[in-house]
Design a protein around this ligand. Sequence first.
Ligand SMILES: Nc1ncnc2c1ncn2[C@@H]1O[C@H](COP(=O)(O)OS(=O)(=O)O)[C@@H](OP(=O)(O)O)[C@H]1O
Length: 330
Amino acid sequence: MPIPLVTSSNYLRQDLKEGLTQECKTLLSTVPIDKGWVATNLFQYQGFWHTATQLQGVLTCQQHFQAKPDDLLLITTPKSGTTWLKAVAFATVNRNRYSSSDHPLLTTNPHDLVPFLERKLFIDNQNPDLTSFTYPRLFSTHLPYVSLPKSVEQLGCKMVYLCRDPRDAFISLWHFTNKLRTQTLGTLSLEEAFERFCRGVCLYGPAWDHIMDYWKKSLERPENVFFLKFEEMKAQPSVQLKRLAEFFGCPFSKEEEKKGVVEEILKLCSFDHLSNLNVNKTGKLSSGEENSTFFRKGEVGDWINHLTPQMIKKFEQITEEKFHGSGLQF
Ligand SMILES: Nc1ncnc2c1ncn2[C@@H]1O[C@H](COP(=O)(O)OS(=O)(=O)O)[C@@H](OP(=O)(O)O)[C@H]1O
């Protein structure tokens, strides 16, 4: 059983091997290893890249998380709008439980309301206390499909998969990384980050493979996997929120629609509203990250302000190669 580690942030914990199980340590010594973005190294497991501490969380959650049939899983590639999806899903599923004046989203960051399985609940605990979860339980994960705990698929749990144009997810990740890097590490240059992202060497990368695996599953099993893009949420938020509520099995009634419940949820969870709340301006997650780091611009297409023509071309080549014939486009 790993010993809980207390440091400033999960992202900076990866070098601390004392808290890891022998199984995890052995695995770390056998799998491919490469440079990390925030701390020293990333390790490749089941085709995707993790920090050492995160890998411990992945193994523990694969072995100990027991899903229930009505669990709802929010799955994303990093920097694809996870914070937004958590807020919207939480507000939708619990809309009869809270009024707008005492809503938990006003005082708690969405990441603390819908915790990550492998980054929070199971990172150093084989048996986290899940008794405070109301039903249906909402969990989140960045895990690729191949690494999901088996009970999720066996029980047919509903999964919402949110992804984003890899160019925007990359730029968002690059900014986020540089907010978390220590002074000693210095800034990670755009060129260096780009080279690693294109090789797939980033947290939960390669991003394209992560997206494609869930895209295929959503075509095979649309009743279980709801595939959504950040860009679609931005373009048609109320249409997408209504689809989401239907998928969750709690569609908005005509009366709710007339009363403006959909718009109320979208307003509560909007970038402007959430990012200006005191808790998100000054608070920290229980895992150490400052809440403000999860809010930057929240826009579509910011990559145009950062990528060089050569980088854009390279992105196009990879996207064409990875998504070819799949019907998926950004
Ligand atoms: N409410 C809301 N609406 C729209 N966009 C939002 C919202 N909240 C966060 N964001 C933007 O999402 C980006 C952060 O991604 P994630 O939340 O997936 O980060 S993480 O993976 O959980 O670390 C990051 O995108 P960029 O602005 O492009 O960096 C955030 O600004």
